[in-house]
Design a protein around this ligand. Sequence first.
Ligand SMILES: *Cc1c(COP(=O)(O)O)cnc(C)c1O
Length: 219
Amino acid sequence: MIGENVKRILQELPPGVRLVGAAKTRTPEEILEAVDAGLEIIGENYVQEAEAAFAVVGHRVKWHLIGHLQRNKVKKAVPIFDMIETVDSMKLAREIDKICLKVDRSMPVLIEINSGEEEQKAGVFPARAASLIREIATLERVKVQGLMTMGPFTGDPEDARPYFQITRKLFQEIASLKIPGVEMRYLSMGMSNSYKVALEEGANLVRIGTRIFGERQYG
Ligand SMILES: *Cc1c(COP(=O)(O)O)cnc(C)c1O
């Protein structure tokens, strides 16, 4: 079933849109089933869970970190992930830069936008995004490649549309600033219930869990 889900979603997605399989709580075997069906990017929320899956699946696929990253986990995250989608502070970016320098690589990142401006949530508020990106662009090994947003959670996908619109507009504004070293290439928005709306609003990375792997038991 997992394999069929992946194939169906891949067929549905418009050209130029990439699928991230959101794999939190899934076993390495479930992830392998998705990979065998053609899934090319795995999204993990937790470094520890990613380590277990990475040990089995390895570099056959790309790994994106889609959950909040604590600074004390950066050292473990850098060897696994091909992209960190959730950078929202200079402190975190500086730590990623430091570890990348040590192991001589660079790290593509997306800036997480708190498009609902919810104090308790991760992500930078839209009004502060451009200045944060200018600051991060001064780091040698952290490469800003776009924006990611969750939006406030509600059951109705239409409720997410305004937050996707805010993020898309910001994406275009930041692209027009032509900040040296910054590429506005990826716009990561939309989950199982909202990715169709996100696609209409310009997403080119969609993070889908439930529609691939089924309902989660926990997490
Ligand atoms: C779990 C998760 C998803 C996918 O959620 P589903 O509703 O299962 O598709 C997408 N993005 C992030 C950041 C997540 O934590």
